[in-house]
Design a protein around this ligand. Structure first.
Ligand code: ADP
Ligand code: ZN
Length: 732
């Protein structure tokens, strides 16, 4: 039964608040009544909190003791489908609904009146003033564009006149000045502004996608195509289709703060900028996005994973670009995978979702193979660009010196690039100077005081850093264990050390290190990437950061320094991840006209993953990886749930874990097994001990209920914490 839409003053309502209560609270509707979904200000003890009307009150409480909600916030009520979505996320992730509501109402000052801003329009009868060259310039610039209500900043950038000229023009009546709300609608995007001429492959896929969009029903599409095959152009056409239908569109990108290239593509295609949602955006901008999404004044949002929780009113299309990317998984706070939740949201909204990737996750690939998703592929690169030539360098034959990682063969290839004025990229997925510092006197490895993790030397900032908690300390000149001086030595390379080696081997080359920790802000990193793509660097040395979709047109050679690092991991997805990373990184080479080349250094060229990468046959790799997972009943064929119990006190954490292990009846019933408890691979983070349990279960919709019942048997006292990770990606 659908709940009533309106509640009169003093009627009993059930409210979900953003406070730590896992259930709804009963209140009486405020003066003037409220709608279902309304955002309310509520009294809670002595405080005022925010909540959303979820339905009628349940009648359990004494009516006379209930308090009235204080007021209705001036924001569109949360839609029925949005509430369904939040409930579904809460159910799937086993997270209290109030925490999910918090994700979706994370907007600054929702309850405050909107700020205003000054805008100007050109007055049509404005002959009566002293003409100056500046004023003429202003008038001619503004009469050429068919847009009014421009901010000072916009006028400066359009006309080039100074702010004082604008102020004077407003005083003497050339410009009309007014104050408007900052939460104003975004400019209208024109789906036919600048369509690209698509090639036959692209047209074919676009047509099929459009057919799904026309059905106005749920459909999930895996759009797979090598880097540079024109997937982005294809899904921008799907965006155009949705815009023509008046629907809203969300495009999720990993590392959004860095992708200015994407925004210029959107502007180029649709004539205006879309709304932008990520942690780097200003508070005023985020609030504008939230409000305009809720009221329909924003049709296209480009966002980071949390944009999935924006209150769209008519969401017709969601695109998850680079769908395999691990940054879609939020691993602290509410643990969820934005890619999976995007599919869930689309199924509730009955809309289309497109997962795009050159190297999809095995989960999505299997869903596509078994028909749950539609699978559209583009096999060739767009235009004349061809895929890089891949080959391995067998390090067993190379006689590398200790503390040397660039082989002769790789060195020769880099030299050739330098001679031709081309860029090369060396890929090593290790930040810092060196991953390990050991004492040659006592064998002690320098580790973090707070965590079970080694301290990594970072020469650039001249400190040791823990990659778990971010804690840093000064470099040491003697061993903290034995006190002997001058015996500390670094073992193994990080990108900073590799850069040192490269600078010695290529003294004249301009070398840049791209690693997320080396740049103070997203902006400085973005600027650096921009400079590199313009050709300011000869050799780029980078971590996995470079696997993302940046376009370096002059890049011809990619050297993978050590593919074996990734393959050693005991992680379920070690092979898959290495495969994806190396394919993505090597795909950076030769995107435009020349053919690129990728050289992969390895001590085990016969390893199946290395062979699959060299062969370049994606399907081969996925087929064999899927077979292995299926035999082991591992995801996506079976389900995993990670449980982490943590506390400052190891015994207490272990005791709780054992209590859980003792009674697993609800899990036994569905055929699930519990492994552990065992100390987590990183057994301590920020002084908290960590114990892991792992549930392995057949795929069944009853899993969440069984887990919920199981954990409900124990109580979390003191600083004990229990976190549940459905479909875990990492196992540390
Ligand atoms: P992908 O998303 O698969 O990596 P892109 O869509 O970024 O591929 O396309 C790669 C390059 O080719 C881009 O520079 C893009 O602008 C260009 N391109 C792709 N399709 C077309 C087209 N139909 N017309 C013109 N340029 C195109
Ligand atoms: Zn630490």
């Amino acid at each position: 039964m659908k709940a009533r839409e309106f509640y009169n003053e003093n009627e009993r309502i059930a409210v979900v608040t953003t406070e730590p209560f896992a259930r709804t609270l009963d209140y009486l509707a405020p003066e003037g009544g409220c709608k279902i979904g309304s955002f309310l200000i509520l009294p809670l003890g002595k405080r005022k909190v925010m909540g959303v009307v979820w339905g009628p009150g349940d009648g359990q409480y004494d009516h006379s003791k209930l308090r009235n909600a204080i007021s209705v916030i001036d924001a569109p009520p949360m839609s029925f489908l949005m509430r369904k979505f939040l409930e579904a996320v809460s159910d799937y992730t086993i997270t209290p609904l109030n925490l999910i509501l918090r994700l979706s109402s994370r907007v600054p000052d929702l309850n405050k009146p909107t700020a205003t801003q000054k805008v100007f329009s050109l007055v049509s009868n404005h002959s009566d003033f002293k003409k100056t060259p500046q004023r003429n310039r202003l008038i001619s610039a503004l009469s050429k564009i068919n847009k009014n209500k421009l901010t000072t900043k916009e006028i400066v950038s359009i006309s080039g006149v100074s702010t004082s000229v604008i102020a004077a023009a407003a005083r003497i009546g050339i410009l009309n000045e007014e104050l408007i709300s900052r939460d104003n609608p975004y400019p209208v995007l024109n789906p036919d502004f600048n369509p690209k001429k698509l090639n036959p492959n692209q047209i074919n896929v676009c047509k099929k996608i459009n057919n799904f969009q026309k059905k106005n029903n749920f459909s999930a599409i895996l759009l797979q195509g090598v880097t540079g095959s024109g997937k982005t152009e294809v899904y921008l056409e799907a965006v155009a289709n949705a815009l023509r239908k008046g629907e809203q569109v969300l495009v999720l990108l990993p590392e959004i703060a860095l992708t200015s290239e994407f925004f210029s593509r959107v502007k180029n295609r649709f004539g205006e900028n879309p709304a932008e949602w990520h942690s780097g955006a200003t508070l005023a901008e985020r609030r504008r996005v939230w409000k305009m999404v809720a009221s329909g004044g924003a049709k296209l949002v480009i966002g980071a994973r949390s944009a999935l929780f924006l209150p769209f009113m008519n969401l017709g299309l969601v695109i998850v670009d680079e769908e395999h990317d691990h940054s879609y998984k939020q691993e602290d706070g509410v643990i969820y995978n934005a890619r999976d939740m995007a599919v869930l949201r689309s199924s509730i909204e009955r809309s289309t979702v497109i997962l795009a990737s050159a190297t999809p996750s095995l989960e999505s690939w299997v869903n596509a193979k078994n028909g749950k998703y539609n699978h559209f592929q583009i096999h060739e690169r767009y235009g004349d660009a061809s895929l890089p030539n891949l080959s391995a360098i067998d390090l067993r034959e190379e006689n590398l010196k200790i503390d040397e990682w660039i082989s002769c063969k790789l060195e020769k290839a880099i030299t050739e690039c330098l001679q031709n004025n081309d860029q090369s990229l060396l890929f090593l997925n290790r930040r810092g100077y060196s991953p390990t510092t050991v004492c040659r006197a006592c064998g002690n490895q320098i580790s973090c005081d707070e965590c079970d993790a080694r301290m990594v030397e970072h020469r650039f900032i001249n400190r040791l850093m823990c990659h778990q908690c971010g804690h840093t300390k000064a470099m040491l000149d003697k061993c903290p264990a034995c006190g002997i001086k001058g015996k500390l030595a670094v073992v193994g390379p990080g990108v900073e050390r590799l850069a040192e080696e490269a600078q010695i081997k290529f003294p004249k080359a301009k070398i840049s290190v791209l690693s997320s920790d080396l740049y103070g802000s997203a902006k400085s990193l973005k600027d650096k990437i921009q400079k590199i793509s313009e050709g300011s660097t000869d050799i780029i040395i980078g971590t996995q950061l470079v696997a993302k979709g940046y376009n370096f047109p002059k890049l011809r050679l990619v050297g993978v320094i050590d593919i074996d690092i990734g393959l050693h991991g005991s992680d379920l997805r070690a092979a898959e991840r290495t495969y994806q990373l190396v394919r993505q990184v090597s795909g950076r080479a030769g995107r435009t006209d020349h053919r690129g080349r990728a050289l992969i250094q390895t001590y085990q060229p016969e390893h199946p993953v290395v062979e699959a990468i060299l062969k370049g046959d994606d399907d081969d790799f996925w087929v064999s990886e899927a077979k292995q997972r299926e035999l082991a009943c591992m995801p996506p064929f079976g389900k995993l749930v990670g449980i982490i119990i943590s506390s400052s006190n190891l015994e207490r954490a272990m005791f709780l874990a054992n209590q859980l292990k003792k009674n697993t009846r609800s899990l036994d019933k569905i055929g699930a097994r519990v492994y552990g408890p065992a100390p987590a691979p990183i057994s301590r983070i920020k002084r908290r001990h960590r114990i892991r349990l792992l549930i392995k279960s057949p795929r069944t919709p009853e899993l969440q209920d069984a887990v919920r019942k199981w954990v409900a048997k124990v109580s979390l006292k003191g600083d004990l914490r229990l976190s549940i990770d459905i479909d875990p990606q990492s196992f540390y």
